[in-house]
Design a protein around this ligand. Structure first.
Ligand code: FES
Length: 109
């Protein structure tokens, strides 16, 4: 489900460069990634069969996360499914930093 408002999910420094972690917001489990100084957020559950993307592999060169179960790929910025068997896109969120707080919210178009 899409978030309805901005939610603080982490502090700057909780996540190392080129790494990812699961956070929760409005009971949604969200993958938060930091790649080359920019934060990205998509749903943490793979649309194929529910693999937990935070347990997968971050491919920084293509801005993608690889699902740990069947190696489906998702784009971190758009949530687009990039590699079968993942076919349905993951929901993507916007991320903003205010002070030391990292917040996720509805994706801005
Ligand atoms: S559960 Fe993610 S590719 Fe199958």
């Amino acid at each position: 489900m899409a978030l309805t408002e901005w939610v603080n999910v982490a502090k700057v420094g909780d996540l190392k460069e080129n790494d990812m972690m699961m956070v929760t917001a409005e009971s949604e489990e969200i993958l938060l990634a930091l790649v080359e100084g920019k934060y990205y957020a998509i749903d943490n559950w793979c649309t194929h069969a529910g693999g937990m993307l935070d347990q997968g592999i971050l491919h920084v060169e293509n801005l993608e996360v690889e699902c740990p179960l069947h190696e489906g790929y998702f784009h971190l910025d758009t949530g687009t499914a990039r590699m079968p068997p993942a076919e349905d896109d993951a929901l993507a969120y916007s991320v903003k930093i205010i002070g030391d707080d990292i917040s996720v919210g509805p994706k801005e178009s």
